[in-house]
Design a protein. Structure first.
Length: 388
């Protein structure tokens, strides 16, 4: 809708993750370095946490694009309150193994045989567990047991755990002591700072041919950062609606008040608890604090945002739906069977958000049409009076 008006080749601010738009902030570059370091180690667990919308899924998608497909076999599962009894079955299914039996020992034997075959062929397996904060302690213990598979002294299964900050809390439990000893790196992906927020917006716009139309003044970027707290998904939603509003109002310059007005519209449409707008902010933290690597033993964050917020808050809202990584070109991570319900829930949530957003667009477009009709009727009435 607004793309042609502003001369853009596509939508710059989709809600769904797209590695083509990957923005390498300092925090994302450090997180990527940890993931690549983990791959190089070829053993143990790598834990990456972050708020909803912080960019964990996009980060892993970018990693999958870089994987040497000849010697790494990645699979990915999305956990939706997965029980420990189901975990082995889901992992086996993710690797394409038959799972018709209910016997756990049979599944473990099949899985170990498959992993040994990969090792013999010069390949290794990578298990990516998304939304890992949904796992209970027993399910995580099952993952630890799977990491015991070895050929000689070499591990034949490596795992990445991705999750929201609750995963760090889970890792602090006493029963997680053995798994923590297997974690070779843990990183918390924090929000963007003020400068990165502006760079992020301009990066995505530039990817679709933006020529400084519309132009954003500094106050607009200040307010975008203050409202979104530097969380990429929040920035996407706000910026997308801001461009739509600019198109409907025929604006080519966007300022602070435009951002405030759009944020208020979204708050009224989605409500304060729909994972987008929620009153409350905290004092600004330093970028170093917000993106710092946390030691494993110190695996904190808070809430959402409102139109008047100016501080930084590393928290996130009420949305807790799983996100499924698409299969990368050339054969990438395969989704586990257990991820199907989560995929459907995530898809439904995405469609609800799209419908809500589309409804607002339709109302805005209708208002614009009505204004044009009123102006035309008024002009015609004036012409008739002049003729009379």
């Amino acid at each position: 809708m607004y793309e042609s008006y502003y001369g853009l080749s596509g939508k710059p601010f989709q809600l769904s993750p797209d590695p083509e738009f990957f923005f390498g902030s300092r925090g994302h570059r450090r997180a990527m370095a940890y993931l690549e370091y983990g791959l190089h180690q070829a053993e143990g667990f790598i834990v990456v946490t972050g708020e909803v919308g912080a960019g964990k899924t996009t980060l892993v998608q970018q990693l999958l694009r870089r994987l040497p497909v000849d010697n790494v076999v990645p699979v990915q599962i999305v956990t939706t309150q997965l029980e420990a009894e189901d975990l082995v079955r889901i992992v086996a299914s993710s690797f394409g193994l038959p799972t018709e039996t209910d016997d756990k020992s049979t599944l473990l034997i099949r899985l170990e045989q498959y992993l040994r075959q990969l090792q013999a062929a010069g390949k290794r397996a990578l298990l990516i567990v998304d939304e890992a904060q949904n796992l209970d302690a027993r399910a995580i213990e099952e993952l630890r047991m799977l990491s015991n598979f070895q050929v000689g002294t070499r591990a034949i299964l490596q795992s990445f755990l991705l999750g929201q900050p609750e995963l760090r809390d889970l890792m602090q439990r006493p029963e997680m002591r053995q798994l923590k000893q297997r974690i070779i790196a843990a990183y918390h992906l924090g929000p963007l700072d003020r400068a990165e927020t502006q760079q992020y917006v301009e990066h995505r716009l530039g990817h679709v041919g933006w020529k400084n139309d519309p132009a954003f003044d500094d106050t607009a970027f200040d307010r975008i950062f203050g409202i979104t707290h530097g969380i990429p998904r929040r920035i996407n939603r706000l910026a997308d609606r801001l461009l739509l509003s600019g198109y409907l109002a025929e604006r080519h310059q966007l300022a602070e008040q435009d951002v405030i007005d759009v944020a208020e519209e979204l708050r009224l449409e989605l409500g304060p608890r729909r994972g987008f707008l929620h009153a409350g902010s905290t004092d600004a933290a330093t970028a170093a604090d917000r993106t710092a690597t946390k030691p494993v033993d110190s695996l904190d964050d808070t809430d959402e945002f409102d139109a008047g917020a100016t501080g930084v808050d590393s928290g996130q809202g009420s949305h807790r739906g799983p996100v499924t990584l698409p299969r990368p070109p050339g054969g990438g991570a395969r989704s586990g069977a257990g991820s199907v319900p989560g995929e459907r829930i995530a898809l439904l949530e995405e469609r609800v958000d799209m419908l809500e957003s589309t409804t607002g667009m339709i109302f805005g477009a209708l208002k614009k049409v009505l204004r044009l009709l009123r102006a035309r009727v008024s002009d015609r009435g004036a012409d008739d009076r002049d003729a009379a």
